[in-house]
Design a protein. Structure first.
Length: 409
């Protein structure tokens, strides 16, 4: 018997609701299963990350990475937020060079190689202070064989007036660093003459150190942070994550290594020579240094030598463009003409060795350079050697006599 229209509609409505309810239940079950799978994947991934982090920490503890090599430019060098690098004051150590006998490397309380320097300067002493880089410090040479000691001996020969030559070299030099070092330390030594040893390598170092320097309103450098140990800054999010998680730090180092490898070809390409304006800008601090010497009645002399040694910059820095000795001497010659500073061309002392064959001054070059500079000082710089009162066999003025019991240095 056919059903009524009302019953048919009620049955169909109930059937539709059952189907919708079944579909909703199936949807909920599917969402639950997907959520369960996603949650399992997230937990598994988190577990793998945690295991990797623990494994890296254990690996670091059991086998720590080797210490950084050559973090200091030369032995006894320490980081300084004044001149970038300096020698450790009152330091004594025995060095064993590749050739020759072991010797004692010592510094005084001023952080300079050699014996102590008396301040205030004793009456009757003509003091010469030498500024320069690691070549002047000469960590591979015994103290009696260094340029400064031999220069003192050469100038003292035939003069009754006591002469003192102070080695104020820094591990990393340059005109800007020389100006900072003179203003902060060297000027306190009351020098009668200042010798600035400079070469093309110093100009390149000055360019690479610019971003680590603090300058005054006139643009003159007042301090230099060491490239390997810059002034502390507020850490960014990447630095914080690298310090907290070894996995992120490892991935970051790998990424930077890949980037460095990709850019190695572009970095290793031969560059054009350092622009002329860059050279002039790097030599500009010598003008200010000359003005400050004049205000302190200190005579200044620049000794220009061929470049030696390798570039001592930060390992992440972009390589500085090369600078030939020809361009360096040309720019320096113009500066000497404009300022009237006395200069000595020291290339004759290095004629036997080409820059490509050596990275620092040899013993013969120290001796030849001392003889050449001593001759240039006698000819161009007024001093005891140019006064008849201080020659052997003459009477020394009372104001320049050493006190009883005093001995020349």
């Amino acid at each position: 018997m056919p059903c009524s229209p009302v019953f048919a509609y009620s049955w169909r409505s109930r059937e539709g609701k059952d189907v919708a309810s079944a579909e909703a239940v199936a949807m909920v079950r599917w969402v639950f299963r997907c959520g369960k799978c996603c949650l399992g994947a997230v937990v598994g991934l988190a577990s793998l990350i945690a295991l990797a982090e623990v494994g890296l920490r254990v690996a670091i503890i059991t086998s720590p990475p080797p210490p950084a090599q050559n973090s200091a430019p030369i032995p006894a060098a320490v980081a300084s937020h004044v001149t970038g690098w300096e020698l450790r004051p009152l330091h004594r150590t025995t060095l064993h060079p590749d050739e020759g006998e072991p010797f004692v490397f010592r510094t005084n309380r001023w952080g300079m190689r050699g014996g102590d320097v008396t301040v205030p300067k004793p009456a009757g002493v003509f003091r010469i202070v030498c500024l320069g880089d690691a070549n002047l410090i000469a960590p591979d040479c015994a103290e009696p064989e260094t340029f400064c000691v031999q220069l003192q001996a050469a100038l003292q020969s035939g003069v009754n007036y006591p002469i003192e030559v102070v080695n104020a070299g820094l591990p990393v030099g340059g005109p800007s660093v020389a100006l900072i070092h003179f203003e902060r330390t060297v000027s306190l030594l009351q020098p009668d003459a200042l010798l600035v040893m400079i070469d093309a390598q110093d100009i390149q170092q000055d360019v690479s150190l610019r971003k680590w320097m603090t300058r005054d309103r006139q643009g003159q450098p007042v301090s230099c942070s060491p490239p390997e140990h810059p002034l502390p800054k507020s850490p960014n999010i990447v630095t914080r994550l690298r310090s907290e998680f070894r996995l992120i730090d490892c991935g970051w180092q790998r990424l930077m290594g890949e980037w460095s490898a990709d850019g190695e070809s572009s970095r290793s390409r031969s560059k054009e020579e350092l622009p002329r304006d860059q050279i002039v800008r790097s030599l500009a601090p010598l003008r200010e240094l000359f003005a400050r010497c004049e205000s302190r009645h200190t005579r200044m002399l620049i000794v220009a030598s061929p470049s030696r040694g390798r570039h001592l910059g930060h390992q992440e820095d972009e390589p500085v463009a090369p600078l030939s000795d020809v361009s360096f001497y040309s720019a320096l010659g113009e500066l000497l003409k404009q300022t009237g500073v006395t200069g000595i061309d020291a290339r004759a002392a290095f004629e036997e060795t080409s820059p490509a064959e050596a990275t620092e001054w040899s013993l013969d070059e120290h001796r030849n350079l001392a003889e050449l500079v001593a001759q240039g000082i006698r000819e161009r710089l007024p001093g005891p050697w140019s006064s008849p009162y201080f020659q052997p066999g003459t009477v020394t003025p009372a104001s320049h006599r050493l006190p009883v019991g005093g001995t020349p240095r």
